[in-house]
Ligand binder design. Sequence first.
Ligand code: DQA
Length: 144
Amino acid sequence: MKFLVMNGPNINMLGVREPDIYGKQDYKALCQLVRDTAAELGDEVELFQSNHEGALVDRIQEAFGKTDAIVINPAAYTHTSVALLDALKAVGIPYVEVHISDVTKREDFRQVSFVRQAALKTIMGQGIEGYRQAMLFLHDHLAK
Ligand code: DQA
């Protein structure tokens, strides 16, 4: 199967960015973990990161008919973007929402997630390991 692993704004700053909240591992380490997980599962994976909402919408649309499952950390757009939810619903590709931090224990403005509405599952507070868990879950889910 083929995965698309997507990350929104400022995830490229991992390692540097608020390490007490997001950990010391950088975006390169996240990409490596994702690639290793795909290899372990015998799956294909593409990674995409953007700081721009429209670029994320475009990438979701491009995945239509070409990708079996999406792992998405929309980062700050989680809490604001109806466009990302609509794009995910439009393509109908099963997806898991991932957050590195546990957003339920953070500010009020992080308590809303638009993409959660149609997600198969949400994984949060597991650091970058959450991406691996999301991929294992989707692999099993689609094997059924
Ligand atoms: C995040 C949580 C969001 O609230 C925040 O805006 C991010 C990262 C996380 O992975 O914990 O940029 O999605």
